[in-house]
Design a protein around this ligand. Structure first.
Ligand code: FAD
Length: 551
């Protein structure tokens, strides 16, 4: 197999034109080219408005060995054996007395559940929220009426926090054992577009994610797994081991549809894939001897601009010339280091997207961003956030970051009287309430009201946001336009707490419990959470063999 890098073609171009260029570089005829697969595609916009795609291609040719000499001088040509498929092998020998339990069906729980089911463990997946079909209706009702279901919302329910998202799949996690590749392969198998396998900025979109989550659930059930919706883990029974350290004995579950209905599931393995918003569950774990610590995260606002403005700055040209080349809505990523020592950066940017009310607790308000697969909304939005550290939190316990988040969300709820508080950037700088939009309207799912976001933040954070946005204007002129729309508060950027786990066996200090994914502090996004799910499943399969009795 040959890997050919740095194949650059102006946009637009056809597959036949890529093949022609490949044949020219390899100095072969068209009929010597047996197959060509894109393994990476990135957009080169350094000479705007002339834009190109740069490809890395996996290529098979007739008589590769006899041609090798011809390519000796060409460093863009590499040779490697085909990548073996991801392995789902059980090598563990210790016995289990029960089926593994997974709390949470976000990307971490779902991918862990998939891998365990594939290896014959028949996991039981507990989800406090509703199935994705039911949850979709609950979320739409919330956005239309403001009636929040605290168990089925943008944070909670099947598919987890990323279900109503842009579905960006970028991750910086190192991937020596192919977990990232396997996550993408499974996404495609269950309905994602093939481009995610090679695009340098892959994304799925909320509409497709919902279908993928449903298809993965069906696959897990077919392989022997079991889903319990409206089932919140509320407690954990522990036993003492011979050395006095705690071990898991059972998981306590309450029905969120019927609070009278309680169940105790005997268990010797529990995967904690609870996400970063399960504040009640964090508190329960802290009370149950789990080693936990507060962790740095980031807070700020969502900022909206017209997508046409971002496209123009990133791609150049006219709206017509961009449309005729079929360019995707442009994205950006910006950072600034401020004299006060804080870093400000954009996060989870949603081209052609919507700001959404992403609250999960009555009386508290949080926003986030979402887009559909076409990314064809009028506005671009992105979080603009500032890092906060345990020194910034009130108090000092493991849940002090959660308390800090809550304070901000309560202030945001108050500022908007229950609706999303929004403000123009000019008014934010002047510390005054906005009265209405400028040249473009906000694109928001959920009710909003014009307000003063300064009331939400400590002064230093508010100033950092202002300075950061002004600094970004030097990179994307117009970023700090007077009528850029800010919404608050963006507070669920990552987990404010880490549930400690052993770096080798991945277990918590409570034997049999595996903290996993974003909530536990070991991931920061859809792909990394899913990869962590596969990692925990592999660790379980290397330690235990499946429980083989019916129960
Ligand atoms: P989660 O997805 O949070 O899943 C945890 C699950 O556990 C939930 O379903 C919850 O209901 C359940 N649960 C919690 N407590 C209990 C309990 N006690 N009992 C039973 N079940 C429980 N990331 C990206 O990479 N790209 C994006 O474009 C992106 N956009 C986002 C947009 C929005 C609106 C939001 C909210 C998040 C976005 N994220 C995005 C972040 C991403 O969603 C998370 O990083 C990811 O979902 C974390 O996965 P997880 O499985 O660890 O946790």
């Amino acid at each position: 197999m040959i890997q050919l890098q740095q194949v650059k073609l102006k946009i637009p171009h056809t597959k036949a034109e890529i093949e022609k260029k490949v044949c020219k570089i390899l100095r072969i005829s068209r009929n010597q080219l047996l197959s060509m697969q894109i393994s990476r595609r990135s957009l080169d916009a350094r000479r705007k408005p002339d834009l190109s795609y740069v490809y890395t291609l996996e290529i098979e040719v007739k008589d590769e060995s006899s041609l090798k000499k011809r390519w000796k001088q060409n460093r863009s040509i590499q040779f490697h054996p085909p990548v073996p498929p991801y392995s789902y092998q059980v090598s563990g020998t210790r016995n289990l007395s029960y089926r593994p339990v997974i709390a949470g069906t976000g990307p971490a729980g779902l991918f862990c559940g998939y891998a365990l089911a594939k290896m014959g463990y028949r996991p039981i997946l507990l989800e406090r929220g509703a199935s994705v079909e039911e949850r979709r209706k609950d979320v739409e009702t919330f956005w239309k009426t403001g009636r929040l279901d605290p168990e089925s919302n943008v944070q909670f329910g099947e598919g987890g926090a990323g279900t109503f998202s842009d579905g960006k799949l970028n991750t910086l996690v190192h991937d020596p054992d192919g977990r990232g590749r396997e996550v993408f392969r499974l996404f495609v198998q269950y309905g994602a577009p093939e481009e995610i396998l090679y695009d340098s900025k892959p994304h799925i979109g909320t509409d497709k994610l919902i279908q993928i989550v449903r298809s993965m659930r069906n696959a897990i059930i077919e392989m022997g797994g079991e889903f319990h919706f409206h089932s919140r883990m509320t407690g954990i029974d522990l036993a003492d081991q011979a050395d006095g350290s705690p071990r898991l004995k059972a998981v306590l579950v309450e029905s969120t549809a019927d609070p009278q209905a309680e169940e105790k599931i005997p268990a010797d393995l529990l995967v904690l894939a609870i996400g970063h918003s399960a504040r009640d569950t964090f508190a329960m774990l802290a009370e149950n001897q789990f080693s936990m610590e507060p962790k740095a995260f980031a807070v700020g606002v969502r900022v909206e601009h017209p997508q046409q403005m971002i496209d123009e700055r990133q791609y150049g040209g006219t709206p017509e010339s961009r449309a005729s080349r079929g360019l995707p809505s442009a994205a950006y990523k910006l950072t600034a280091n401020l004299p006060n020592g804080r870093g400000v950066y954009t996060f989870c940017m949603c081209p052609g997207g919507y700001v959404v009310n992403a609250s999960s607790e009555p009386g508290y308000l949080a926003v986030n961003g979402m887009s559909y697969s076409g990314r064809d909304g009028e506005n671009a939005n992105s979080a603009v956030i500032v890092t906060v550290r345990p020194e910034d939190y009130p108090g000092s316990g493991p849940l002090s970051g959660v308390e800090f988040q809550r304070e901000l969300e309560k202030a945001a709820y108050r500022a908007g009287k229950g609706k999303i508080p929004v403000q123009l950037f000019e008014d934010f700088c002047e510390n005054r309430c906005s009265e209405g939009p400028g040249a473009f309207a906000p694109q928001i799912k959920g009710s909003y009201t014009w307000s003063n976001l300064r009331d939400i933040f400590p002064e230093e954070i508010a100033e950092s946001l202002k300075e950061g946005i002004l600094a970004f204007d030097r990179k994307i002129p117009g970023y700090a336009r007077k009528d850029a729309v800010m919404s608050g508060v963006e507070s669920r950027t990552s987990s404010p707490v880490r549930i400690l786990r052993d770096k080798d066996c991945l277990e918590a200090n409570v034997k049999g419990v595996y903290p996993c994914g974003e909530g536990a502090g070991y991931a920061g996004g859809i792909t990394s959470a899913a990869m962590d799910g596969l990692k925990v499943a592999r660790m379980i399969s290397q330690t235990y063999r499946p429980f083989d009795k019916d129960c």
